[in-house]
Design a protein around this ligand. Structure first.
Ligand code: GH3
Ligand code: MG
Length: 432
């Protein structure tokens, strides 16, 4: 549970904040103090381990932002909200380690506050990489980013940055200095963009220089944004957050476009694009690989007997079982209504039968209960491997076709079984 301290003298506003935050941000409880003395009491009691404080600068017993110093002395990160932010107050607020502020005087201020708080908590699991050869800059910027709760990694060169990226595929944003020995920020950006698309990773360039064309060159190399090192903290975080939000949004869109809505598995389109790449890599590296097609048996009768909703439940449960059996290097997709396709790398023909038989028996464990009855689905599987000896089938589409023919044989031979593609059987079938 995350505890948030709200110090606010308007009961109405305080309650609105409490209600909105608790409703919209998981596992969060807001504790309200309506004055500086109440806050002091609460903090002294040590009753709650506050992870964040939302402070009104203008309290009846502390009219000039004194509450900020009190809360800082308890090492609690602070957001400030105030009904006015004139220049003097703005300077005063940003001279202290306050994270950010929200203006209280408009109708959207609560939703801005919620967004900020949600972002703050989410940042704890948001990984950023900062690349700069200057240790001082590294320390300064990463401290700043940590203040906003980011999980920050640092690198002292482009080379080191690329190595860290490779080991941390969940990095959402790279910040890179421009002038660095061996590989400058623009070259690093170009290198990163060879492997990391912009829907998955944002890159922001930083430079102390004032050369006019740096930012344009940087953006043309695949960068998303550019910040002069002489930034104001507020602008810095606005840009970082805009870019992070954009990447997260694009990531979601990409997920929706590539995955099946019902089961969450990769969809047909993804299977064909990713499968082909996986397969070609395997061929290039002389690694064994198999392609399998799987189809739920008599699925139509599940729908006919129990209805479409139960049919969907069966599909989800089967998809879960199958994906739990997969290794990280496998590709499992839902390619049709009740049809799944699989590419396994580094599995040879001898292992294949066992691996796929495990898939089949895993599906036998699925039990969906409905009105006291049990629905127990089974699955038929057909597969083929890359046969280097015969040098046949070194083409992804034909492997799929072979696996499909083997699936047909599995159905013919009684269902709930695994069949390997064999040319003879296939020609027997095609000759009737
Ligand atoms: P077989 O053992 O030969 O594969 O028989 P089957 O009944 O499984 O095969 P058939 O191709 O006749 O039926 C497939 C059924 O899958 C028909 C269709 O209504 C159902 N189906 C396809 N997509 C979905 C879906 O998204 N949800 C549900 N509930 N049913 C689906
Ligand atoms: Mg079927």
């Amino acid at each position: 549970m995350k505890y948030v301290l709200s110090v606010e003298d308007s009961r109405l506003f305080a309650n609105q904040i409490k209600q909105s935050i608790e409703e919209q941000i998981d596992d969060t409880i807001v504790i309200i103090a309506s004055s500086m003395s109440e806050a002091m009491e609460l903090l002294r009691s040590g009753k709650y381990n506050f992870q964040l404080a939302l402070l009104d600068l203008n309290l009846p017993d502390a009219p000039d932002g004194e509450i900020v110093d009190l809360v800082i002395s308890h090492n609690i990160p602070i957001f400030v909200f105030s009904s006015l932010m004139e220049e003097k107050l703005h300077k005063q607020v940003f001279s202290k380690p306050v994270i950010d502020y929200v203006l209280k005087n408009n109708t959207t201020s609560i939703s801005s506050l919620i967004k900020m708080v949600r972002r703050y908590f989410k940042n704890a699991t948001t990984k950023l990489l900062y690349v700069d050869d200057s240790k001082t800059a590294q320390q300064f910027i990463s401290n700043l980013l940590k203040r906003y709760n980011f999980n920050v990694l640092t690198a002292s060169s482009g080379k080191e940055g690329l190595e860290i990226l490779e080991k941390n595929l969940d990095i959402s944003l790279v910040l890179t200095d421009f002038i660095m020995p061996n590989m400058d920020g623009i070259e690093l950006t170009k290198q990163i963009r060879k492997n990391y698309p912009n829907w998955n990773l944002a890159i922001i360039g930083l430079s102390a220089g004032s050369e006019q064309n740096i930012s344009a060159r940087f953006l043309k190399s695949g960068g998303n944004d550019f910040i002069n090192k002489n930034f104001h903290r507020e602008e810095f975080f606005c840009r970082i957050h805009q870019n992070i939000n954009l990447v997260e949004h694009m990531n979601e869109l990409h997920h929706v476009a590539s995955n099946d809505f019902l089961t969450g598995l990769p969809n047909r389109r993804t299977f064909f694009t990713m499968g082909e790449t996986l397969f070609e890599n395997a061929v290039r590296q002389d690694m064994s690989a198999i392609v399998a097609m799987m189809d739920i048996d008599f699925f139509k009768s599940v729908n006919d007997t129990w209805g479409h909703n139960i049919g969907d439940k069966v599909l989800q449960a089967v998809a879960d079982k199958l994906s739990n059996r997969c290794r990280a290097s496998d590709l499992l997709a839902r390619v049709g209504g009740e049809e799944f396709a699989f590419v396994g790398i580094d599995i040879n023909a001898a292992q294949a039968k066992q691996v796929l038989d495990d898939f089949r028996t895993a599906v036998e464990e699925v039990i969906i209960e409905e009105n006291g009855d049990e629905i127990r689905p089974t699955i038929s599987i057909g597969f083929t491997d890359i046969d280097f000896a015969n040098n046949f089938g070194k083409d992804f589409n034909s492997l799929i076709q072979f696996a499909d023919e083997a699936l047909y044989q599995a159905k013919e031979n009684g269902r709930n079984r695994v069949e390997k593609y064999s040319e003879q059987k296939a020609s027997l079938i095609s000759n009737g």
